[in-house]
Design a binder for this molecule. Sequence first.
Ligand SMILES: Nc1nc2c(c(=O)[nH]1)N[C@H]1C(S)=C(S)[C@@H](COP(=O)(O)OP(=O)(O)OC[C@H]3O[C@@H](n4cnc5c(N)ncnc54)[C@H](O)[C@@H]3O)O[C@H]1N2
Ligand code: MOO
Length: 399
Amino acid sequence: MTGLLPFETALARLLEGAAPLPAETRPLDDCAGRMLAADVAARLTRPPFAAAAMDGYAIRWDDRHRPWAVVGESAAGHGWAGTLGEAQAVRIFTGAPVPAGADVIVVQEEVARDRDSARMTGDGPPRRGAHIRPAGQDFAAGDQLIPAGTRLAPPHLGLAAAAGHGELPVVRRPRVTLIATGDELVPPGATPGPGQIISSNPAMLTALLHSAGAVVSDPGLIPDDRAALAAALAAADADLILTIGGASVGDHDLVVPVLNDLGADLDFWKIALRPGKPLLAGRLGSTRVLGLPGNPVSAFVTALLFAVPLVSLLAGRAHDLPMEQLALTQPLPANGPRRDHLRARRTDMGAEPFARQDSALLALLAQAELLIIRPAHAPPAAAGDMVDCIALDRFHIVS
Ligand SMILES: Nc1nc2c(c(=O)[nH]1)N[C@H]1C(S)=C(S)[C@@H](COP(=O)(O)OP(=O)(O)OC[C@H]3O[C@@H](n4cnc5c(N)ncnc54)[C@H](O)[C@@H]3O)O[C@H]1N2
Ligand code: MOO
């Protein structure tokens, strides 16, 4: 087992030279979660006119204690064109333009109306200008609103729309092609025949990669056949190809031989990682290739540790996984040469590793809230020792 590439070296080699992809201009409904590629300035002023903040009557402040003649109405989208004169009021609704001459709004709860006249009944507005949103109160045309490099959250999209932008320059989403290989695989929802199993990894990995900002394409299940696998690899139009399965050393593990046939440049194959030892990385032309092992937990952990940071970097996002230090609830033996990732749950006492850690166990993976990291060659650990954990529960929530 000696001589396997350390995890940290493998990850650093994969991420070397990875940078945000070029920008593209996209409609706002395709920008959420993406990195803004250029500063956004306001093209418009908001509000564009002094606007009512309450339903009521627009009047002159100095007239507030005398009766008013109601001379018109200003509703949202339908302003009142005149100029308010002395002792006059305009019926006004929230969002409507405040007529020229008016400098305060009296809320309708404090007004008695009798046909065309009205007067104030309550304490009235607290000050001149009350309940009026001045033009440009939010921002003015030319204001810098969102700096380049921002990860666009829903409020940014509302702001950009209000500021006159129907589309924004954003970093292109990384395109990932998932190629699942194996004669035993049938798609989710199918009834497996003798010796067959459901291909569950693509559903899991597609969701994981989406959460990192990728668009994922999947050409369907590829049999253990050199020509079929070569054709699928050659047809992929992607920034990253992820193969699943067939990465090990069996006679039907074809990913490495087929990549070699295609002239791929293999960087590493097999690393000091558990689960996920048979991980491979390289390039096919300009496309990065990651070959993930087929065991579901191995596929998940390698995708989380390698594909997620790479895709996040290409998408222009922060690529750190959510980490936590927690106390161990029980002792652990010394670790071997592969950095280990123990599926675990949270308890009041800290991180509790599951008793079973087989890399085929999906039901336990789905229950895991944490991956306890055991560095390569870690000495035995006692209950209460602090360990680094990947907070899977937080990862799913924040992404
Ligand atoms: N002699 C050796 N045998 C194995 C070694 C080794 O070093 N020497 N490594 C073991 C390790 S570690 C792993 S991990 C697996 C990885 O194998 P492969 O990447 O070649 O994956 P497969 O053999 O194709 O599949 C393994 C397992 O996963 C199931 N699988 C595959 N694809 C899917 C899918 N899309 N959805 C759900 N499950 C899938 C497959 O049926 C197998 O059960 O190799 C060990 N062997
Ligand atoms: O490393 Mo494999 O990934 O043991 O299951």
